[in-house]
Design a protein around this ligand. Sequence first.
Ligand SMILES: [Zn+2]
Ligand SMILES: [Zn+2]
Length: 332
Amino acid sequence: MVGGIASGRDAPPAVLDRDWVLIELTIIGTSAGAPTRHRNVTSLAVQFGQRRDWWMIDCGEGTQHRLLHESHLKSPRLSRILITHAHVDHCFGLPGLLASRSLSGSATGPLNIHGPPEVGAWLASLDTTIGMRLDYEVRFHPVLAPGVVVEDGGVVVHSVKADHWGEAWCYRIDEPTRPGSLDTVALAALGVPAGPVRGAIARGETVTLSDGRVVDGAALLGPERPGASLVFSGDTMGPNAALTELARDADLLVHEATYHHDLADIARDHRHATSRQAAEVARDAGVLRLVITHASARYERPDGSIDPSLLADARTIFPETVQAHDGLRFTI
Ligand SMILES: [Zn+2]
Ligand SMILES: [Zn+2]
C-alpha cells in the first residue's frame, strides 16, 4: 500500500487484520478531460474488507486497459458502478468494459450502474445502434435527486449535486458500524480454544465452555467501531457547500483539483475546482485525509508527476493532503 489511514480518530491497533481493513481504494485514473502519456482519465475502485465484489466510481475511456495493471481488480467481480456525470472522461469507458466483462465468460451476477438518466439512455442505445449483447444483466438506476442512492449489505451511498455542467453528482460511501475488537489477551487468559466458541464470543454472544464456565462475549468486546467512509467529488466548482456537508467527518475525501489557484478564474468558468478550494472543503468538513485528483495536463511534468505547486498550495490549508497518481492505493 502506498498510503494507509486509520478509520476513526484513534491510533490504529498494533496488529492490522483483514477484519479491521474496511475499504481499499484504488485510484485507477487521474487525468482531466483527456488521457496523457502517463495518466488515464477518471476512475476509482472500491473494495470492501468483508466482501468479494468491488465497486467502481466513474469509468473514463480506457479504464479497462488500466485495470489490466491492477491484478487485484477482476472485472467479473465488479458488481456496481457509480457514474458522477455524462462527460466523456467519466463514462466513455463503460461500453468497452461491459463488453470485455461479457467476453470473459466468468461474470455471474448482474452489474448495477447508477448515474444521471442520460447515461442510462446512452447505454440502452448500444443494443439498437451497434447490437451490443452481454451475457449478464445490466441494471441501470437513474440518480434523480440528492439522498440515498444505494443500500447494499449495510453499505450506504448518498449523493449531493455537484456544481458542474448538467446533471452531476458527488457520492459518499459509508460502511456499517462494526462490533468492537475482541480482547484477545483476556480471551487467552480464559483458555478459550480457537473454533466456533471463540467465534461466538467475538460476536458478543454468551457461551458456556465445556468445563461449565459461562463467558459473556459482550464483556470482552471494546467499543463499537465506526465504519469507513469515502467521499468523491466528481467534477465540481469549488468550494461546494453541499459537498462539504456530505463529506462531514469522513475518513477520506477524493476531490478534483483541476487547477492551481492562480487560475481560479478559469476554474470557475469551466466549473472546476482549484487545489486550494479542495483543501478548504476538506478542512471545513473535518475529514481525516484529502486526495486531490483530476489535474489538468498543463501541470503534468515530463516524468508524469504533477507540478508540486498544486499539492503545496492545498497543504497550506489542509496538511493531510496527497496528490493522486494512477494506481495509488489507500487502506481505510
Ligand atoms: Zn472530468
Ligand atoms: Zn466534467
